[in-house]
Design a protein around this ligand. Structure first.
Ligand code: IPM
Ligand code: MG
Length: 368
């Protein structure tokens, strides 16, 4: 198979973990006889530095002509003070999601058996492993509602201070289409779906809950559906995560809960994601950010990036066997005790602690 991949490494640790992601894709192409053509483009702060915009036209052109987008991470303190529309997050990542209609964000939270000790929960709470699929709505809600900042409010002629507003908006079709994605995922798993909202307070959540109930009853009556308020869902995830199979939730709740889920699985450096459009076009990125504090030191864990590549093979190209081979290689690397420092524990021998490139090389070695 021949595929063209837009490679957007971004800022911070992005380039160093992307290097490992590509190494692993190259190993897959050698083993299975595929051709992956990479077109690299700048995104985020590095693009702003060169072109004056975090998502330049050159980069959009590369993405428009690609079969999938392989994305690293963007952002860093250097660009935090730019006007909102020029920051890496608001000026590049969110627009990419909007431009390509990437409304369905799949965030699997899986514990690789050998990492149970690195997880934040006692291992008896994770007995038999953990395998949750978080389906986060990605192009609606408060991250995309209009916002405004007013700097001086005058009340009766006196200055009252600044205020800012963000609107959380959801429409029925937006809720239905993400529910459908979650139901399809649940049907391939244990047919259990938890919808997370804040329907005891928010109007958008009341609509969310009603729409999910109607949609599941009508289209997927086989699915066992339950509902949880987001605050309770956070507590349940932190104390009894094994009760979950598929979680569907709106944009901001999914953002927060998926970070929490990553801590449960051991490290945020382990969690990949797929962001998909209605036509199946996708962007594949680790859920962690650009970690500027450790950038350039070779310490970053590249496995979330590598696993995002595995998701790209499976979801964008239909290459499930190849995707499974990557996961299997990672499992073997971990079983043999190799760790980056974020997933090392006190018992990890020094010679098994690898740098970013060492971990990429190990995965390649086990894949070949
Ligand atoms: C994520 C990130 C982004 C988000 C940021 C960088 C805008 O936290 O993908 O989870 O909030 O969606
Ligand atoms: Mg996040």
């Amino acid at each position: 198979m021949k595929k063209c991949i837009a490679v957007l490494a971004g800022d911070g640790i992005g380039p160093e973990i992307m290097r490992e992601g590509l190494k692993v894709l190259n190993a897959v192409s050698r083993r299975f006889g595929h051709t992956f053509e990479y077109r690299e483009a700048l995104v985020g702060g590095c693009a702003y530095d060169k072109y004056g915009h975090p998502l330049p036209d050159e980069t959009k052109k590369v993405c428009n002509n690609a079969d999938a987008i392989y994305f690293g991470a963007v952002g860093g303190p250097k660009w935090d003070t730019l006007p909102a529309e020029l920051t890496p997050e608001r000026g590049a990542l969110l627009p990419l999601r909007a431009i390509y209609g990437l409304f369905a964000n799949l965030r699997p939270a899986v514990i690789f058996g050998p990492l149970a000790d690195a997880a934040s929960l006692k291992s008896e709470r994770l007995k038999g492993g953990l395998d949750i699929m978080i389906v986060r709505e990605l192009t609606g809600g408060v991250y995309f509602g209009k916002s405004k900042v007013k700097s001086l409010i005058l009340k009766d002629g006196a200055v009252q201070g600044d205020y800012a507003v963000d609107y959380m908006i959801y429409s029925v079709p937006e809720i239905q289409r993400i529910t459908k994605v979650a139901c399809e995922a649940a049907m391939k798993r244990n047919k259990r779906l938890t919808s997370v909202d804040k329907a005891n307070v928010l109007e958008s959540s009341k609509l969310w809950r009603k729409t999910v109930i109607d949609y599941v009853q009508k289209n997927y009556p086989q699915i066992q559906l339950n509902h949880m308020y987001v605050d309770n869902a956070a507590m349940q995830l932190a104390t009894n995560p094994k009760q979950f199979d598929v979680i569907v939730t709106e944009n901001m709740f999914g953002d927060i809960l998926s970070d929490l889920a990553s801590a449960i699985t051991g490290s945020i450096g382990m969690l990949p994601s797929a962001s998909l459009s209605e036509t199946g076009f996708g962007l594949f990125e680790p859920i962690h950010g650009s970690a500027p504090d450790i950038a350039g030191q070779g310490k970053a864990n590249p496995l979330a990036q590598v696993l995002s590549g595995a998701m790209m093979l499976k979801y964008a190209f239909g290459l499930s066997k190849e995707s499974d081979a990557i996961e299997q290689a990672i499992m073997s690397v971990l079983e043999d005790g190799y760790r980056t420092c974020d997933i090392a524990c006190a018992a990890t021998p020094k010679d098994k602690i690898l740098l970013t490139s060492g971990m990429g090389n190990k995965v390649v070695e086990y894949l070949e």
